[in-house]
Design a protein around this ligand. Structure first.
Ligand code: HXC
Length: 543
């Protein structure tokens, strides 16, 4: 362009044009001004000092949490301007737009989800009627759109000033949790207190995340516990993340920090379909299907009584050695989680000989049963790895109801009609053998390694019953040798995979190092066994 400073005539022309068309100062219309003010005020969240207090506890704000979860620029908020209508106990002076919860939808790694995030900086994130209606409405949207719903909870519970309206609000949420159970994945992220009856919404969802040092869940708080029972306990000891991850089993995944929590949550979502009407996403992998698993051969070498961590076997079988373990700290005698095999998502249920010899007990039965039901609801094939010496014996287990709890696993596997592939690694004894997706409980393809021992019970126990008279009558110095020889005889006949192969209880004894390839082939053959959404809905009832 020409330089006008060197062109006096051109310069004069520009000046005269400016005079003819003076630049208008555009007035912002009043309604737009008002909208922007209201919007800005609503977006600010709670009072600055409450936000500061939130940060001082090392917590993110409700809106920052959504930013961590949802893809950049993809969040669509609904109900930003909703307010409470309650005017009791001075609450009318504390009304804030949004009523203490942000609701909306957006994408996580390009896939839509519905989300709500309680704002502790607004009335302690407490749940009144308007707050509850916002959550219920986003849950309805998720159910109608067949997308997962994620709840971020940080709340003092039922808003006391709103009386029974708050309780009714919770009832609306619990009802929706139940109706959506087994239809869309429901995930709860506890990032602060979750107290009173409020804990029951997370408990009705499929997965509960907690963060160390930040999350608490309890029905009655330390004060009430002290008044009622005299026990002195702090928040963390009563209902912190580690308590719920290891003792109560309420929490499925524990994170070190909020960002770590959202990273884990995104990983979990990557394994799940959007609803029961879809299959989980298939991801291409460069990991060769025929990759050998030398570790499996080792199982044939070691003493059957020696323990090992089943996680090592799972890592070796999985695509790219990736295993998302669920409920890692709870009932460690059984391990559950997600892997991919040849790019397809598979849910794993595996006995873990490193803990209680891998025996099934009450907690292991509950943990595995609910997971099997989740997998079945969401079209996720099941791989069962078996190394189980039986049910854990003892008065506590019997009186605690191992019969009732153990039956849940039989029920869950019998009911599941997704592809089911079982691999017996070593021991598979008695009722526990049946429960771990055995052939006649309708396992589709049941493999065994040459190291498998499938029998009514272990050799030692069996011979003590079968030959008790003979053993008792033998001389003391001969007893041990006699027992060893009888046990060997029993093992040769029963404690191997060959007798069960001859009866059809095992489809094939496989070369251990080829296990990965064999499992991938088996799941590929079974891939179209069931069309998504065609089975009857079965909710993922809490167990
Ligand atoms: C109304 C509440 C509230 C509640 C907290 N707040 N919980 N307002 N209803 N349930 C308000 C506080 O008054 C305070 O308001 C603000 O939130 C922040 O609370 P603080 O106590 O200052 O915060 P903090 O010290 O961090 O303690 C957090 C807390 C504590 C541990 C959650 O607030 C607490 O114990 N709240 C009650 C928890 C509880 O028992 N809930 C159960 C309710 S009954 P100001 O204006 O001072 O900032 C229930 C039954 C549900 O939930 C049944 C469903 C079926």
């Amino acid at each position: 362009m020409a330089d006008l400073t060197e062109d006096p005539i051109g310069q004069a022309r520009v000046e005269s044009t400016k005079k003819l068309h003076p630049k208008k100062v555009r007035q912002v219309p009043e309604n737009l001004k008002k909208f922007r003010e209201i919007h800005e005020q609503a977006m600010a969240g709670g009072p600055p000092e409450k936000i500061e207090a939130q940060k001082a506890k090392g917590k993110l704000t409700a809106r920052e949490r959504i930013d961590y979860l949802i893809d950049k620029g993809a969040f669509q908020e609904v109900g930003l301007l909703v307010e409470s209508r309650c005017a009791d106990f001075g609450i009318q002076d504390k009304h804030i737009k949004g009523d203490g919860v942000i609701t909306g939808f957006g994408n996580v790694n390009g896939r839509p989800v519905a989300v709500f995030s309680q704002d502790f900086a607004q009335l302690g994130g407490s749940l009144g009627l308007a707050h509850a209606k916002k959550i219920a409405s986003i849950m309805d949207l998720a159910a109608h759109s067949k997308i997962p719903v994620i709840g971020i909870l940080d709340s003092g519970g039922a808003r006391i000033q709103e009386g029974v309206d708050s309780l009714d609000g919770y009832a609306e949420i619990f009802y929706r949790n139940t109706k959506s159970s087994g239809v869309i994945p429901q995930i709860s992220v506890i990032l602060g207190p979750c107290a009173g009856g409020a804990v029951y919404s997370p408990a009705l969802t499929d997965f509960v995340f907690m963060v160390q040092g930040i999350s608490n869940m309890f029905v009655t708080g330390p004060e009430v516990v002290k008044a009622a029972t005299g026990e002195e306990v702090d928040f963390e000891t009563l209902g912190g993340s580690m308590v719920h991850a290891s003792k109560s089993g309420v929490c499925h995944l524990v994170a070190q920090s909020e960002p770590d929590c959202f990273r884990q949550l995104k990983e979990l979502l990557s394994f799940l379909p959007q609803s029961r009407f879809e299959n989980p996403p298939v991801i291409e992998t460069k990991d060769p299907e025929d990759r050998k698993v030398p570790l499996m051969e080792k199982l044939c070498e070691v003493d059957p009584r020696k323990s090992y961590r089943i996680n090592h076997i799972i890592w070796w079988l999985a695509d790219d050695h990736k295993f998302l373990e669920i409920h890692h700290n709870f009932a460690k005698n059984i391990v559950i989680g997600f892997i991919r095999l040849g790019g397809r998502v598979v849910g794993v249920v595996a006995n873990n000989p490193a803990h209680m010899a891998g025996a099934l007990d009450i907690n292991a039965s509950d943990k595995a049963s609910r997971f099997v039901r989740f997998l079945n609801n969401f079209n996720i094939p099941i791989l069962t790895l078996v190394d189980v010496p039986g049910y854990w014996p003892g008065v506590a287990q019997e009186h605690g109801g191992i019969i009732r709890h153990g039956a849940k696993l039989l029920y869950a596997y019998s009911e599941a009609d997704v592809p089911k592939v079982t691999l017996v690694l070593r021991k598979a004894y008695g009722g526990a053998y049946i429960a771990m997706s055995s052939k006649f409980l309708r396992g589709d393809i049941n493999f065994a390694l040459p190291s498998a021992e499938i029998a009514v019970m272990g050799p030692r126990g069996a011979i003590e019953i079968l030959y008790s008279k003979q053993i008792n009558e033998s001389k003391d110095e001969e007893k041990e040798a006699l027992k060893a020889s009888l046990a060997r005889e029993y093992s040769d006949k029963f404690a191997s995979p060959y007798q069960t192969s001859s009866t059809g209880s095992i489809d094939e004894v496989i070369e251990p190092s080829e296990a990965r390839q064999r499992l991938i082939n088996a799941f590929r053959i079974l891939a179209d066994k069931r069309k998504p959404g065609t089975s009857e809905r079965a909710g993922n009832i809490p167990m």
